[in-house]
Structures are given as structure tokens and as C-alpha cells.
Design a protein around this ligand. Sequence first.
Ligand SMILES: CC(C)(COP(=O)(O)OP(=O)(O)OC[C@H]1O[C@@H](n2cnc3c(N)ncnc32)[C@H](O)[C@@H]1OP(=O)(O)O)[C@@H](O)C(=O)NCCC(=O)NCCS
Length: 179
Amino acid sequence: MEFRKYKNEEIDKIEALFVKTFSDSEGEAEGKLIGELASALLTKTNSEDLYAYNALANGQIIASIIFTRLEFEKGKFNAFLLSPVAVLPEYQGRGIGQKLINFGHKALKKKGIELVFTYGDINFYSKVGYKKISEEIVNAPLKLSYPEGWLGQNLNNGEIPVITSASYCVEALNDPKYW
Ligand SMILES: CC(C)(COP(=O)(O)OP(=O)(O)OC[C@H]1O[C@@H](n2cnc3c(N)ncnc32)[C@H](O)[C@@H]1OP(=O)(O)O)[C@@H](O)C(=O)NCCC(=O)NCCS
């Protein structure tokens, strides 16, 4: 198994991986939606606001993760949002998702990124360090349909600071249908 940064020529394969994985777990419409999101994130986001990594087995992409910038007051916090992540159905439940997320966190920490957030199931994300956060502590960029899914962690010391300013996600995620 190899973990590495994505390459531009892999974008179609990454989109297909998200379509397949989310169609399998949540239905065709969700698969299409998340595939389009992954493609938009990878093609429309400035390179300084994007980190994406793949897991490969025998040269094939079997899992993929995308982090994009979450901006607060200019220059105040170095924060990224994990969304989406997927492991191909036949490879799920073997620890690959957790390893890929941890690989991503380590790479982001090396780049000086302090805070990471995501929006999902705490039962899974708590395995890789995320905790539930109230919007009184950190504002989500859009209105949340499932506020319990707003999660975060500090990659340096575990403490999430209180951030009073609004937060802003990248353009591809700036749509209520994802929140
Ligand atoms: C979620 C996902 C990325 C996890 O990757 P994975 O390689 O299957 O997970 P791991 O093997 O590293 O970890 C498995 C653990 O996470 C839990 N888990 C896996 N998927 C979960 C999910 N969707 N919700 C809650 N818990 C989940 C398992 O119960 C297991 O816990 P256990 O070891 O205590 O039994 C992967 O299953 C996937 O792509 N699922 C479909 C798409 C998706 O739901 N993406 C994330 C949206 S929040």
C-alpha cells in the first residue's frame, strides 16, 4: 500500500472512485453529487488552498481524500476542511480510511496547518482525533442541516480555540446542498 499526493492526470479516476463509493453506500444520486464535488474541488481550487492524497494498491487508486482551506479572519488561523474521503467498497473496514486520514493530517501538520474540520459521523471520525464542536466555538461556513456532524481538531495540541469570526469554505463547497 502506498499513500501519496494526487496528480492532476488522476482527477477522472478520483471522481470515479467517489461516484462508485458513495453510490454503493448512499445511492446513485449521492454518488453523482460527491463525484462532482470532488472534481470541482480538484479543478477549481487554488493550489495553496488544496491538499489531496490517494492510497494505492498495485498501482490502483483505492482510496482518496481531499482537504481545502477554511478561511477565518485573514491570516488568523491556518485551517483546512476534510471533505470528502472515500475507500472503495471492497477495501473498506481494513483500516485504510484511518491510515489515509492520518497520512493527510501528518502532511498538513508539516505544512504548518494547525486546525482541521470536517462534517460527518463522529463514530468514525473520533477514531482519527475529531471531536464534536459547537458553533459557539467555531462557526461552520454554511447553515448545517445536521449540527452534530460539525467536528474538528487541533493537530498541534488538541485544543480548539474559540473563533468568533465567520468561516469561509472554498467555492466548490459553497453550496447548501453539501451542508
Ligand atoms: C468511511 C470510510 C472512509 C472509512 O474507511 P474504512 O477504511 O472503511 O474504515 P477503517 O477500516 O479505517 O475504520 C473502520 C472503523 O470505522 C467505522 N466506520 C466505517 N465507516 C463508517 C461510517 N460510514 N460510519 C460510522 N462508522 C464507520 C467502522 O465501524 C470501523 O470501526 P471498528 O473498527 O470499531 O469496527 C469508508 O468506509 C467509506 O468510504 N465509506 C463510504 C463513504 C463515506 O461514508 N465517507 C465518509 C463520509 S462521513
